[in-house]
Ligand binder design. Structure first.
Ligand code: ZN
Length: 349
């Protein structure tokens, strides 16, 4: 008998000693297929299910403006009976026919405006910025010939509670939404993934969008939504996860993170890299700053090695790439944007 006054020890023991029952370990295509179906179903259940009250999209374009090289539309569509999603759609100006499209997911900050050329007071920048942690990346992508859609994630921008709006543009409603969600058996990640899937539903109604060429990219909390959406929705053909891939243990259990990150029970079944394994055989790019303090790089590299196994098993190792760049918690784009464009234009199964 050994006395301990550290209750956390038991949880650490569970983490290190109890096998996560749906971790990726397949040795054949059959085992992989079976594992994938089981883990997908379990994740949907742990996210709180996708039983949001169904409705049509009821899309509406409320503003159209021209900029050098692209057209920006503001659109609104329904995610469910209760939730409308405002989004910007950026369309290359010289576009003929249909083009690949990408869902661009912002992280914590002031929402869709932060990556589409607005300052936090709503005024527009003269030129896109390349500093900060999100760097107007939606504008960088439309300039590469992609149709880009940028929704406000729930809890940010125009999708906040009044009490948070009154406190300023950077104050999110993550905490209130997540507390309500968790007590009702839902999760904020689940809500955001559902919204992302509805965003893809909307993209597929657009005449400029090539139907089989839809990608997703996100930084930080946008990386979270991108990871889970790509893992669960095969309509996503290519994914770029920036500033998020890690282990749950080394990031959200070790560093102070927003409550929107937590999924009750998930570590009984899998770690974060197992969820990323669900994206294979579709192309996946992991981008991460070596000095990221909230998603430590060593755990990112560890997770990346774990993901490699599934791409090797499926015989497509060239579809998984990473860029560990010298930088902090920020998007980079020096290789990931090319990867996105290359694979969205490639003819693959
Ligand atoms: Zn949050």
């Amino acid at each position: 008998m050994r006395r301990s006054f550290r209750p956390l020890e038991y949880y650490e023991w569970l983490y290190y000693n109890k096998k996560r029952v749906l971790e990726f370990n397949a040795k054949s295509i059959e085992e992989w297929r079976d594992w994938r179906n089981k883990l997908r179903s379990k994740i949907i259940e742990l996210l709180g299910g996708f039983d949001y009250p169904a409705t049509d999209l009821y899309p509406e374009t409320v503003e159209v403006r021209e900029f050098p090289g692209y057209i920006r539309e503001k659109v609104i569509f329904q995610s469910d009976e209760f939730s409308s999603i405002p989004a910007y759609v950026l369309v290359p100006k010289d576009l003929k026919g249909r083009a690949p499209a990408v869902v661009a997911m912002h992280g914590h900050g002031y929402g869709k405006n932060e990556i589409t050329g607005f300052w936090d007071d709503g005024s527009e920048r003269v030129d896109p910025i390349s500093r900060g942690y999100q760097k107007d990346f939606a504008l960088k992508l439309v300039k590469r010939g992609l149709v880009v859609i940028v929704p406000d994630q729930c809890g940010f921008g125009e999708r906040r509670e009044k009490e948070d709006e009154d406190k300023g543009p950077h104050v999110s409603s993550c905490k209130k939404l997540s507390l309500w969600a968790l007590m009702l058996g839902k999760t904020t990640i689940g809500r955001r993934v559902w919204d992302a899937m509805r965003t893809i539903d909307y993209l597929l109604t657009r005449k400029e969008v090539k139907r089989d060429s839809i990608g997703i990219i996100g930084i930080s909390g946008g990386g979270t939504t991108s990871l889970f959406t790509a893992a669960l929705d095969d309509r996503v053909k290519v994914a770029v996860i920036s500033g998020y891939l890690n282990t749950f243990k080394d990031s959200i259990l070790s560093v102070d993170h927003c409550i929107d990150n937590y999924i009750p029970g998930i570590l009984k079944y899998c770690e974060m890299y197992d969820i990323a394994c669900l994206i294979a055989p579709r192309p996946l790019f992991i981008e991460h700053g070596t000095k990221d303090k909230i998603f430590p790089i060593e755990a990112t590299k560890y997770a990346f090695e774990k993901i490699k196994r599934v791409y090797e098993l499926l015989g497509v190792p060239e579809r998984l790439e990473a860029d560990f760049f010298e930088g902090e918690h920020e998007i980079c784009g020096r290789k990931s944007y090319d990867f996105l464009v290359k694979w969205l234009n490639a003819e693959i199964d």
